[in-house]
Structures are given as structure tokens and as C-alpha cells.
Write a protein that binds this ligand. Structure first.
Ligand SMILES: [Zn+2]
Length: 437
């Protein structure tokens, strides 16, 4: 009964009785080859009386790279069981479920390429010649089946936020200020010690949302977490303190360097506006030097650093003095971080920290005061980074994938779908889909 063509097509419960290939699309004629199909789906009684035939044309995956037209001639049967309410039924097999016009494997393949192969729903729909809702539903089914319900325990947890969509503002006419109307965020939890990738996301950037997610894990999972890497965000700090009291908080020096450069830029912009009455532009030396200012002196040649300082000294005093002070404060902080990482000699680190605070205090600039206060507030967490070397870079990498998925999809209307898509995209490595073998 089972011929080679049937074996090649590989649709369980269906047998090929002929292939007509005189048209562009080969037509494959099928009959039912599953004894179970003759049993009533309600009561299970084997039917004896046929009520005629039906022809269906389920769509399937390409065969040998070509799309084929399946034509399945199936029977309708009468159920003779007196107690059964169903009078008649049509044959169905698991490969083509009842009332479905697609084979199960076509549906599964369309969902799998979205979850595991980085395809968008639109492209998967084009590739498989099915509609967008079909692929979206197939993806959801696939994702729910392959994603673990609960994450495995992690020792180092990363918490980071990503903006969901674009923020929107309206002008408050009475007050004359712009008010934020839409500002949507996702907070992600990342496995930084293992390979699990993104463990989950919650909507909203509040301490309660973070606590709720952490409380959703069992006690053993929470007890396993030893370190939590965050950026300098007080919301995460207070949430972790409450939900994971035993964990050590770590702040990456990357965020600190970024903050120091931002502070320097703020000082430069403010003094330019104050002194020149407008924003910086070509012809203003401090504006032209803006990229050189934020470069680390340790990565510049000595003569270039000297030249930079000479240029700053040549600027009008109102501009040159504060920018130079901010540059020195930034460099002091970088020195401190570099020293603390390479030879963590307590005394030396303390001296450098003191020098940095002193510099900020002497400059008498509000921006530097704020920077010094931030460093002071977060010093225990910065020190934890200097001792452990744990960085939040894994979270940042995950964020890049999250953003790529959102851009490829031209944004998401539904945050639940977005989280599911993001989760499948960021756990592909853990699920073995990036492995060339
Ligand atoms: Zn029946």
C-alpha cells in the first residue's frame, strides 16, 4: 500500500495515488490511509456506512523546492451508534486537522521561522503563502511550547530597561511646558552568568513591577542570585533591596564613564549658550573639540593631550575655565576606575577618590557637584564592580536584539506579543538555534 511517493511526501495518514505534473504546479492526489480516520471523533465507533466523498485542497510545504497542489479525496461517514449525537463526520488525520486548510507542518514551519530563525511575521507569511494572522497564531503556539515556563536559577542577574515605542508629548498651554503623554518601557531580566539569555520582561519602569516579577520566582530561585548588575537607577536599586536582600548590587563602570562624558558635554553646552548667546557651531573651538574632549586621555598620545589643553587655555576664560575643570574631573574619574581595576590598593583608590571629589568641589559648577553626588551615592555598587568585574554588557547586548526585533516589526501594537517575540529572539542561543551544527 505505501508507495515511494507517499514515503517521499511524508504526510502521516495520507497516501499518494497519483501525481499529475503537466501544469506548472504539480498536483498530488491523496487518499486517506489511516484506519483511525474512519472512527467517529465523538464516540469512537467504527463507521460502516459511507455518505460519499469530499475533495479538499490543503496547502503544504514545498516539495523538492516546488510548491505542489495537494488534492485529498476523503470520505464522509455516518455514525451508527444510537447514543451518539453526531450523525455524520468527515475523515481527518493529525497531519491535516479537521476544518483546517493548511497542513500541520506548514503551520508549524511558519511559526518556527519567526521564533527561531529571526524572520518577521510578514516575511514568514510571504514565504509560506499564508496570511499574517495565521503566522502570528502559529508563532504564539510555537513560542509557548518551546519557551521554559520558569527560568533556571541564575547567580548573576542583569536588570535593564528598554523604551517601548516612541515617547509622545503634548504642550500644556497654561504652563507653557511640554508634558509626556506616552512613555512606555519594558524592564528586562537577563541571565549574565549562564546562557539563558532574556529571562523575562515586565511592562512599566516601576519598583513594584520589578518586585512583582522577582516575587513570581520561587524562594530557591531568589536565594541563588548573588549579584545583580544594574545601571545607576534608584528604582532598580530599591526593588532589588526589597526582593533580593542577600544579593550584591553592581554598577558597571561603563555607565559611570558615560555619565562623566555627559556631564562634561552639559558644562560645555551651558557655558557656550551663556557666553555666546546661542548653541555651539563651526568656528567655536570648544564645539570643534567636542569629540576630543570626551575621548579618554589614556588613549591619546601625550602631545595630543597637551595640544588639547593648550587649545582650552586659549579659549575665552568664561568658556575655557569651566570646560577644562570638567575635563579634569572626567579624567580623574577615569584614572580612579582604571587604578581600582588593575591594582586595587585601598589607600591609592581612596586618594584618587578624594582628588576627584576635591576637583568637583573646587570647580564650583552645578554639573560637577551632581556628578560627585552620584558617584558618592553609588560608590558601594561601583566598588562591587571593581572587585567582581561583573558588567551589564550582557543586558546591553540583549537590548540591541530587543530593539532590532522592534524595528524589523515596525513596532508592536501589542506588548504581550512584543515580549513573546523578544523572548524567543533573545533565547535562540540557549535553545540551540544559533549553533551551526
Ligand atoms: Zn459517533
Amino acid at each position: 500500500m505505501v508507495n515511494d511517493t507517499t514515503r517521499l511526501l511524508g504526510l502521516d495518514g495520507l497516501a499518494v495515488v497519483g501525481v499529475a505534473s503537466d501544469t506548472d504546479v504539480p498536483v498530488v492526489h491523496l487518499v486517506t490511509a489511516d484506519e483511525q480516520a474512519r472512527h467517529c471523533p465523538d464516540c469512537g465507533t467504527r463507521a460502516r456506512r459511507s455518505k460519499g466523498r469530499r475533495v479538499t485542497r490543503p496547502r503544504d510545504l514545498p516539495v523538492g523546492g516546488r510548491r505542489a497542489q495537494l488534492v485529498w479525496t476523503k470520505r464522509r461517514w455516518r455514525c451508527d451508534e444510537p447514543a451518539c449525537r453526531r450523525r455524520t463526520f468527515t475523515e481527518s488525520v493529525p497531519a491535516v486537522p479537521p476544518r483546517k486548510r493548511l497542513t500541520s507542518r506548514l503551520r508549524a514551519a511558519a511559526g518556527a521561522v519567526v521564533a527561531d530563525a529571526g524572520r518577521t511575521v510578514v516575511q514568514a507569511a510571504r514565504d509560506h503563502a499564508v496570511s499574517w494572522p495565521v503566522v502570528a497564531a502559529a508563532f504564539t503556539g510555537h513560542a509557548r511550547a518551546v519557551l521554559p515556563a520558569q527560568p533556571e536559577p541564575v547567580q548573576v542577574l542583569g536588570i535593564d530597561e528598554t523604551r517601548r515605542g516612541r515617547p509622545r508629548w503634548v504642550l500644556d498651554e497654561a504652563a507653557g511646558v511640554w508634558q509626556t503623554t506616552v512613555d512606555r518601557w519594558h524592564v528586562g531580566f537577563v541571565d549574565l552568568s549562564g546562557r539563558q539569555g532574556l529571562l523575562g520582561q515586565v511592562e512599566g519602569r516601576t519598583a513594584q513591577a520589578v518586585i512583582d516579577w522577582l516575587d513570581g520566582r520561587d524562594q530557591a530561585w531568589r536565594d541563588t542570585v548573588r549579584f545583580v548588575a544594574i545601571d545607576m537607577c534608584t528604582i532598580f536599586k530599591s526593588a532589588v533591596r526589597r526582593a533580593l536582600p542577600q544579593a550584591t548590587l553592581v554598577v558597571d563602570h561603563f555607565h559611570l564613564v558615560q555619565l562623566a562624558n555627559q556631564t562634561l558635554t552639559e558644562v560645555r553646552r551651558r557655558v557656550t549658550v551663556t557666553h555666546r548667546g546661542r548653541r555651539g557651531r563651526k568656528g567655536n573651538r570648544e564645539w570643534e573639540l567636542r569629540n576630543r574632549l570626551t575621548r579618554s586621555a589614556a588613549r591619546m598620545r601625550g602631545e595630543h593631550v597637551d595640544a588639547l589643553l593648550d587649545e582650552l587655555a586659549g579659549l575665552p576664560k568664561m568658556i575655557g575655565a569651566p570646560v577644562t575643570a570638567a575635563w579634569h574631573a572626567k579624567e580623574d574619574l577615569l584614572d580612579l576606575l582604571a587604578t581600582a581595576r588593575t591594582h586595587p590598593d585601598r589607600e591609592e583608590v581612596r586618594d584618587l577618590l578624594y582628588r576627584f571629589y576635591r576637583r568637583c568641589a573646587d570647580a564650583d559648577l552645578p554639573e560637577l557637584e551632581r556628578l560627585a553626588t552620584t558617584v558618592e551615592t553609588w560608590w558601594p555598587e561601583i566598588l562591587a564592580f571593581l572587585h567582581t568585574g561583573i558588567t551589564n554588557a550582557g543586558s546591553e547586548g540583549t537590548n540591541r536584539v530587543i530593539k532590532t526585533v522592534a524595528r524589523d516589526a515596525y513596532g508592536f501594537r501589542n506588548p504581550v506579543n512584543q515580549r513573546l517575540r523578544t523572548r524567543t529572539a533573545t533565547t535562540r542561543k540557549a535553545r540551540g538555534h544559533l549553533d551551526p551544527r
